[in-house]
Design a protein around this ligand. Structure first.
Ligand code: 8YV
Length: 326
């Protein structure tokens, strides 16, 4: 086993506590504690060979670390990391797919049911003493019964959501960059056509330039007045202003959101809406699953610095042929 204890690994911002502790036992961890990387001395920066992070790592940041070899991202979505620049400059990028798929899919179903059956609001009604004082909670106008569901992004997570939905007896269709040959769900090569064909749209697509504000006013209008939008992908995929307007004026009926365009900021206009269920980006946030994600971050760094291929390189790194060090 290679001794990795002398290898400087930078953790620029927040990190899952258990993972941070394990990394500190394995590597020479340097923490920027939220300070800009420029605040490290030039010689400190030159020493950094690995980065472990949640969130954003731009090309500009990479340029400040001339001997950087690997960026191990905690999370499946790595839209905050400039993986194209990294690949072009021989820097490995890894993420944490698979280990969170089931947790995120489970949470998505919970958020969908909560949104159509108003479970959070019904509980708040009980806790406020209204059941005893004012009688039964009003019947919900929405239900999953009779709905048809469209999934934007039928990757690992989208597919796990679809499989769960099969058990609910609702028809399923999807929009994806390309049609899958291993599913029988109806494929729409166009997002607006999917939205027009269903009344419930689940966003399970990654962020980034390719999906920025893809769910716009036209898509929401196509979803229609009984429409329900669920987003557990990235906040940037939805035009948030258009969504707020659509919820305010009845263009669609309700939304369940785990992700937002400028987290942790959530627009007051969304908070003010009764027909939105809002979660603080918790889809993968159980101790169990975050530990699995952290283990994968550690595995990837250990593999890389031992000269073995990391378990989960991102596609850009694979395409660039960056399987292992050197
Ligand atoms: C994040 C997520 O990892 O995996 C993802 O893409 O969105 C989350 O699980 C988490 O918020 C930590 O940044």
């Amino acid at each position: 086993m290679t001794d990795t204890k002398t290898i400087p690994v930078l953790i620029p911002g927040r990190m899952h506590a258990g993972t941070l502790e394990a990394l500190q036992g394995l590597f020479d961890v340097r923490q920027a504690q939220g300070q800009p990387i420029e605040s490290l001395s030039e010689s400190e920066r030159a020493g950094i060979r690995g980065v472990a992070l949640m969130g954003v790592f731009t090309a500009e940041m990479m340029k400040l670390l001339p001997n950087l070899e690997i960026i191990a991202h905690f999370g499946v979505g790595y839209d905050g990391v400039d993986a194209g620049y990294a690949a072009a400059n021989g820097i490995m990028v890894t993420n944490t797919p698979d280990v969170l798929t089931d947790e995120v899919a489970d949470t998505t179903i919970g958020l969908l049911l909560n949104t159509v059956r108003e479970l959070s609001r019904a509980e708040a009604y009980l806790r406020a003493g209204n059941w005893e004082k004012n009688g039964n909670y009003p019947l919900t106008k929405t239900t999953l019964r009779g709905r048809s569901v469209g999934i934007m992004g039928l990757g690992r997570i989208g597919l796990a959501i679809a499989r769960r939905l099969e058990g609910f007896g609702v028809p399923i269709a999807y929009y994806n960059r390309s049609e899958r040959d291993d599913v029988a769900y109806a494929y729409h090569p166009d997002l607006k056509s999917l939205a027009a064909a269903v009344d419930t749209l689940i966003v399970a697509a990654p962020g980034g330039a390719g999906t920025d504000k893809a769910v716009d006013a036209a898509v929401l209008a196509a979803l229609g007045p009984d429409g329900v939008l669920i987003n557990i992908g990235r906040g940037t995929v939805v035009d948030e202003d258009a969504l707020i307007a659509a919820l305010q004026n009845g263009t669609i009926r309700a939304a369940g959101l785990d992700v937002f365009a400028r987290e942790p900021h959530v627009p007051q206009a969304l908070i003010d809406l009764d027909n939105a269920v809002l979660l603080p980006h918790v889809a993968s946030a159980s101790e169990h699953t975050r530990q699995q994600m952290g283990n994968l971050v550690i595995q990837n760094l250990e593999a890389w610095f031992s000269g073995r291929p990391p378990a989960t390189p991102v596609p850009e790194a694979v395409k660039a042929g960056l399987e292992r060090r050197g």
